[in-house]
Design a protein around this ligand. Structure first.
Ligand SMILES: Cc1cc2nc3c(=O)[nH]c(=O)nc-3n(C[C@H](O)[C@H](O)[C@H](O)COP(=O)(O)OP(=O)(O)OC[C@H]3O[C@@H](n4cnc5c(N)ncnc54)[C@H](O)[C@@H]3O)c2cc1C
Length: 274
């Protein structure tokens, strides 16, 4: 079987899925699906698979034991439109191939991200990188939105005036803020896409990029449902414990549930030098 043709993926191919006010994610193309992971793991021709049940078992085994290279055989290409501050977080993920719209070449559109009123929050005191849950008076939220809108209008009219005066685009664009929308083609393999989703769908990530990560997750579910299921089971919803935590837990389980202790492959090792 040369090409994977996944009906659920075909349905969303080339469709813009809206995010935020002007953003979107569009699945441009995909290479391979769950069957490709299985073929690669077995280095087999054709279907290379026995039954869906066996494929599922193999994919779960691979993910559980972190045999991740077969997941790199599946590749996604997306067209994404996002505010520049989201793009700055996005491009920290180094294992993708990117082409971004050039503000030196193109005249940038008058498209700035304006948060929804409920997303205008106080600074969190518990999380230095986050927003507070504390309720904000509506008039303050409206004032913030008005300020943002006003500055966008001012900044874009300055930009347009410079463009009209034939000032080079690469100079005119330097007054544009982080809220301006940019676009990129983003190609990444499944292994690294799952890693991206894990970090960026997490509650510690900024809400705006989390919305994008959630859509990427929905797309992965359609293209590689078995891999997604295994990822949810062994990675996304799993928990990493420190050695100290393992020891504490082992101590409790030894008394309460020795069978589970054995099943988890834990020992109640208390020797600090081990
Ligand atoms: C909630 C959150 C807050 C953040 N805050 C900040 C911040 O305040 N400041 C800041 O600068 N960054 C911040 N980051 C970015 C973060 O430090 C990472 O750069 C980003 O999440 C990409 O992660 P990564 O390196 O694992 O992923 P990728 O770059 O996608 O790499 C994927 C994997 O490939 C491997 N890899 C990639 N490159 C190398 C390499 N050179 N050597 C060895 N292995 C490699 C690693 O296993 C890596 O996990 C934040 C990220 C998150 C999710």
């Amino acid at each position: 079987m040369a090409h994977s043709n996944i009906p659920e993926a075909e349905k969303i191919l080339d469709k813009e899925i809206k995010v935020l006010d002007y953003g979107f994610i569009r699945l441009v193309d995909y290479l391979g699906g769950d069957d490709r992971i299985v073929q690669a793991a077995r280095v087999s021709y054709g279907k290379g698979t026995k039954t869906v049940r066996e494929d599922r078992k193999l994919i779960h085994y691979l993910l559980k034991h972190e045999h991740m290279s077969p997941f790199e055989q599946v590749v996604f290409t997306f067209h994404i439109k996002m505010p520049i501050f989201v793009a700055r977080q996005w491009v920290r993920h180094r294992t993708a191939r990117i082409n971004e719209i050039s503000g030196r070449y193109s005249v940038m559109e008058n498209e700035f991200y304006l948060p929804r009123r409920e997303d205008v929050c106080f600074q969190s005191t518990a999380n230095r990188q986050g927003r507070s849950d504390e309720e904000l008076p509506e008039d303050l939220q409206d004032r913030v939105l008005h300020l943002l809108k006003q500055s966008y209008e001012q900044v874009y009219s300055g930009y347009s005036a410079m463009i009209d005066d034939n000032i080079s685009r690469e100079v005119a664009r330097i007054n544009l803020p982080l809220s301006l929308y940019t676009q990129m083609y983003w190609q990444i393999d499944l292994r690294n896409l799952l890693h991206f989703i894990k970090l960026r769908a997490d509650v510690h990530a900024q809400k705006e990029i989390r919305l994008y990560a959630g859509i990427l997750a929905d797309i992965v579910k359609k293209v590689t449902p078995l891999a997604w299921e295994a990822f949810e089971e062994y990675d996304l919803n799993s928990l990493r414990l420190s050695r100290t935590q393992v020891r504490k837990l082992a101590g409790v389980l030894e008394k309460t549930d020795p069978n589970l202790l054995k099943e988890l492959g834990m020992t109640n090792e208390t020797d600090e030098t081990s």
